[in-house]
Design a protein around this ligand. Structure first.
Ligand code: IMP
Ligand code: MG
Length: 180
């Protein structure tokens, strides 16, 4: 078996705290969208937000549809700003729909900013963002976070959908990765 990369450090957010917070977020989100005529489009950003989205939609009682989008971000040079490219687009038009973008983490904000630009171009009726984690201290680009689960310090974290080299997504807790 291949050795797992990095080393797992302490638990930053335990599974029960995540579960409670997801329930609170769902209640706030639901209250905001109760008057919508058409189902809310829950737009999950692959792959990190899969577990969060799955729990969130199961806590919502309003009608929802699920869509998926995938972006990749990378640095072009050591000091260059981040480039973001679309890997997989949504499977339907977002025109005139109420869209809730679901992210695992907002770090520099580059991915979220690109997603917003991409989704806005489809002329949704409304577009809002919920992110499980928010590393505000790392922001390079201003983004509006409508709902956030937890603001976290500048650590690289894994678990509950978040990966390091595709591993650790299945951890129940969010944990700090050391020596990554
Ligand atoms: P951005 O810097 O806000 O554009 O975030 C880019 C992507 O980096 C996020 O969508 C995550 O997939 C990933 N990322 C940022 N911080 C972490 C982390 O602490 N753990 C795991 N992935 C992260
Ligand atoms: Mg990743």
């Amino acid at each position: 078996m291949r050795a797992t990369p990095g080393k797992l450090g302490s638990t930053l957010i335990a599974a029960d705290a995540i579960r409670r917070r997801v329930g609170q977020l769902a209640a706030e989100i639901e209250a905001h969208y109760t008057a919508c005529e058409r189902p809310l489009v829950v737009l999950c950003v692959l792959k990190g937000a899969v577990l969060f989205s799955a729990d969130l939609v199961r806590s919502l009682t309003i009608p929802v549809e699920m869509e998926f989008i995938s972006m990749r971000s990378y640095r072009r040079g050591t000091n260059a700003s981040q480039a973001v490219e679309l890997v997989k687009d949504v499977g339907t038009t977002l025109a005139d729909r109420d869209v809730l973008l679901v992210e695992d983490i907002v770090d520099t904000g580059n991915t979220t900013a690109s997603l917003f630009r991409h989704a806005e171009a489809m002329r949704p009726r409304s577009l809002r963002l919920v992110t499980l984690l928010d590393k505000t201290s790392r922001r390079e680009r201003a983004v509006t976070v409508h709902w956030r689960g937890f603001e976290i310090p500048d650590h690289f974290v894994v678990g509950y959908g978040l990966d390091f080299e595709e591993q650790y997504r299945n951890l129940l807790d969010v944990r700090i990765l050391v020596d990554a």
